[in-house]
Ligand binder design. Structure first.
Ligand code: CUA
Length: 313
């Protein structure tokens, strides 16, 4: 960006519309500022102490017509700006059907992206030029905010729910990604790169990414990445069940039932840990509903199943 350029790079369809809105607001409010400040200065000079300017009541036409005039003008201007901003925002928030869907998971302090074919990245997003891309975003811990200045896009990313955002990139290149919500020690370093590629290049790139075949291995990585290993470890200060060998075992629940720890049980324990509390443990585990998708659940369960051998050792 040259120092003479007013705006950051523009690389998405809505960037131009948002810049126009911003410029419009700047020009209109600048004009109002000049008018009001100018009148103020003129009146200060004209009616300064000791000046000979005539004083007395304002003429009737000022008290009535002009007053009505500027009240109405301000009202219509405000309504016009409301409509303009609202229309721009609505257009920017409604993803077209068939948009390429990418999952984004934020955590202290990184961005994790996942493409429909299973390819994954950290602190990076690749997008095809000219095609709509929809981001389904959630956070594993605190509130973050996904901010790409070149796209003029910023969206809060919240734990426990999905927020979405879409864009159509217009110019190949590399653009900065920031976290725009203070989220802890390394907030300032929580960023990455958005790479916009020609559609053919993107298709080639995404197909060349490693596909996930090793479910237990992926699950083990998730187990660490999601923080499960922080509590479910023999050495952990938190009193949580050690999961090696849990698969297939009978589990005693606080409500008196005894169930087998099969796939469904493990899945429910991740999504609704407070429902089936295990005897002897506090119900302190948070739900991972919304933080892991079905594919992640499959991986986690596959990992837990793979721990059978370890327990037997
Ligand atoms: Cu994440 Cu700031």
């Amino acid at each position: 960006m040259s120092p003479l350029t007013l705006w950051p790079a523009t690389a998405s369809e809505q960037a131009a519309r948002i810049d126009m809105l911003f410029t419009g607001l700047l020009v209109i409010s600048g004009a109002i500022l000049l008018l009001v400040a100018g009148l103020l200065l003129v009146l200060c000079a004209r009616y300064r102490r000791g000046s000979a300017a005539p004083r007395g009541d304002l003429p009737d036409f000022i008290r009535r017509d002009v007053e009505i005039g500027w009240t109405a003008a301000t009202l219509f201007l405000a309504l016009f700006l409301f409509w303009w901003a609202g229309a721009t925002q609505l257009r920017a928030s409604d993803p077209p059907a068939g948009a390429l869907e990418v999952h984004v998971v934020a955590k202290q302090w990184m961005w994790k992206t996942r493409y429909p074919n299973g390819a994954r990245e950290i602190n990076a997003l690749h997008a095809p030029r000219g095609e709509a891309m929809r981001l389904m975003m959630t956070s594993q811990d605190v509130i973050h905010s996904f901010f790409v200045p070149a796209f003029r896009l910023k969206q809060d990313v919240l734990p426990g729910r999905f927020t979405e955002m879409w864009f159509r990139a217009t110019k190949p290149g590399e653009y900065r990604l920031f976290c725009a919500e203070f989220c802890g020690t390394d907030h300032a370093r929580m960023g990455g790169t958005v790479t916009v590629m020609e559609p053919e290049d993107f298709a080639r790139w995404v197909a060349a990414q490693p596909q996930e075949e090793d479910l237990p291995g992926e699950g083990a990585a998730l187990f660490t990445a999601l923080g499960c290993s922080g509590c479910h470890a023999a050495a952990s200060a938190v009193h949580a069940p050690v999961l090696a060998g849990v698969y297939g075992r009978m589990v005693h629940l606080a409500d008196g039932r005894t169930v087998r720890a099969d796939e469904a049980y493990l899945r429910d324990s991740i999504l609704q840990p407070k429902r089936d509390v295990v005897v002897g443990y506090e119900p302190i585990m948070p739900s991972f509903d919304g933080l892991v998708d079905e594919a992640d659940l499959q991986r986690l369960v596959a990992y837990l199943q793979s721990l059978r051998g370890e327990a037997a050792r």
